[in-house]
Design a protein. Structure first.
Length: 152
């Protein structure tokens, strides 16, 4: 199966890897979110949004490691300050978008378990394309050295 994966065109291979990593980190995100809601009773307003955002941020660290080493390994040339900074900016903006979508859906849908799951699902779905696009086109691009930068 890995051989088949490696023969895919780079963009498709990146997207498939990104989706697999996203599936793992999303599962962990939902588990952490669920644990915070059930443990602390964070079902309403800012508390529920905080639980959603906290779970998202915690999983961002794992997402960086896996995306840089698996999905974007062909583009990733190392953990430079620029790469890590671009990743942090991408995921910070995604966390903001995710929180906004969660808050809007949660406000409309209510505080039931189904409404919370819907809000969480909507926030996750919203940032999938956002993150992939920024990771592919901005975050995991080779650092340009003086000679390479001038050649472009």
């Amino acid at each position: 199966m890995l051989t088949r994966f490696n023969t895919l065109p780079p963009g498709i291979r990146q997207f498939v890897g990104y989706l697999a990593i996203g599936g793992l980190t999303t599962s962990l995100n939902l588990a952490l979110f669920g644990a915070m809601v059930s443990t602390f009773g964070w079902r309403s307003g800012v508390a529920a949004t905080s639980a959603s955002t906290t779970a998202y941020v915690v999983n961002s660290v794992l997402a960086y490691v896996l995306n840089s080493r698996v999905a974007f390994r062909g583009q990733h040339v190392g953990d430079s300050r620029g790469t890590v900074t671009r990743f942090a900016v991408t995921f910070a903006s995604s966390a903001g978008v995710s929180a906004l979508v969660f808050l809007i859906v949660h406000t409309v849908a209510g505080d039931s378990s189904r409404a919370l799951a819907t809000a969480q699902g909507a926030s996750i779905a919203t940032v999938i394309i956002w993150n992939f696009t920024l990771l592919r086109l901005w975050v995991f691009v080779p650092e340009q050295t003086g000679a390479t930068a001038h050649a472009r």
